[in-house]
Design a protein around this ligand. Structure first.
Ligand code: PLP
Length: 369
């Protein structure tokens, strides 16, 4: 069945254009300073699933509200997964996606972890391409602007029993975005939570499922109350190994120019940006280690000067330097709260490929025509 649907969609998902698109002048006004995740486009993609028909009824239509039964499992048991990826304007006016195949693979893995039917990767790719085609005018022309695509899958149906659903909705919405962090400082500050953990071995940490994020909000709230931008999570067992931020992976840069990031041990999201930066750093001849790093070591190295830079990375945050680390017993600074040289080089190397300002030696960019 899945193959039949794919046959029907690979030459293009049916497109029913919105009969009430946002007027051009209004859209232009919204795109001047869209912020993050507040400005939505005219359309959405949808594909439905049930046991009998498999994935079916793919379409791109006007963005609209869902009607759901109040006993839909997603509302009770959070059987939900999502992805986050960006489309960029090309220098020649076209649009391109960055490593969408990596998001498609991760989405399928998240689905399996959450007992959901994996969406065939080619259907995922076709749905995001179709959305970029439908709403490409929504990509801001600003330097940091892009179209953030949010594919997601929810369990639908009407029952309260503890089992996986047999009905699912996959959809893609899109949001015109600028930069994620708005502050005037070149760096962000992070709060190391001791009270909360994000993920434990055997849990859902490496799946991109809504529950991980719901569980991290209280810790993010703690960070904000502490005057910080983001929360850092430590491992669940020893409560000392740095894992990741609420929605970003983390890297450390040392005085010898080497780079380190926590290993993918089952509790950390396999970030596409993380993977890309490891490759780019190695291309630059830097030594990259995927090894555990403790919070005590982070503090000691920052204070001794062995650690020169630290940064957070992700689709939304791109590469954002970390300047200040706060925890219950005090805080320490990194690199004089300025953007470090290697952070800056890595960021430019990545962004230039994403935006078509530099060659793409790894074939990461997929043009959407
Ligand atoms: C928990 C978490 N870690 C890391 C990342 C970075 O992943 P990516 O680079 O694929 O956006 C994200 C963002 O999606 C995230 O939510």
């Amino acid at each position: 069945m899945i193959d039949e649907v794919f046959e029907a969609t690979k030459s293009g998902i049916p497109f029913e254009p919105s009969s009430k698109p946002v007027p051009v002048e209004e859209r232009a006004r919204l795109l001047i300073d869209p912020g993050f995740g507040k400005v939505f486009t005219d359309h959405m993609a949808m594909i439905e699933y049930d046991e009998q028909d498999g994935w079916h009824d793919a379409r791109v239509t006007a963005r609209h509200a869902f009607t759901m039964d109040p006993a839909s499992p997603v509302l009770h048991y959070a059987q939900e997964i999502f992805e986050g990826m960006k489309a960029y304007r090309r220098p020649n006016g076209g649009a391109a996606l960055f490593r969408p195949d990596a998001n498609a693979r991760r989405f399928a893995k998240s689905a399996i972890r959450m007992a959901m039917p994996p969406l065939p990767e080619e259907m995922f790719l076709e749905s995001v391409r179709a959305m970029v085609r439908a709403d490409r005018e929504w990509i801001p022309e600003t330097e940091e602007g892009s179209l953030y695509l949010r594919p997601f899958m929810i369990a639908n149906g009407s029952f309260l029993g503890m089992r996986s659903s047999t009905q699912f909705i996959y959809a893609v919405i899109a949001s015109s975005v600028g930069s994620y962090f708005k502050g005037s400082s070149p760096t962000v500050s992070v709060w190391v939570t001791r009270e909360y953990v994000r993920a434990a071995p055997g849990g859902t940490g490496e799946a991109k499922c809504g529950g991980n994020y719901a569980g991290s909000l209280v810790a993010q709230g703690e960070a904000i109350r502490q005057g910080c931008d983001q929360v850092v999570f430590l491992d669940a067992i020893e409560r000392r190994w740095v894992e990741e931020l609420g929605g970003m992976n983390v890297f450390f840069v040392f005085e010898d120019g080497s780079v380190q990031t926590p290993p993918l041990d089952g509790t950390i999201l396999h970030g596409v940006t993380r993977d890309s930066l490891i490759t780019l750093a190695r291309d630059m001849g830097l030594t990259v280690r995927e090894e555990p790093y403790s919070i005590e070591q982070w503090k000691a190295d920052a204070e001794s000067g062995r650690l020169r830079e630290a940064f957070a990375c992700g689709t939304a945050a791109v590469v954002t330097p970390i300047g200040r680390v706060k925890q219950a017993d005090g805080e320490f600074l990194i690199g004089g709260e300025q953007t470090g040289r290697i952070t800056s080089r890595l960021r430019s190397a990545l962004v230039d490929i994403q935006r078509g300002a530099a060659p793409d030696p790894h074939g990461w960019v997929q043009l959407v025509d």
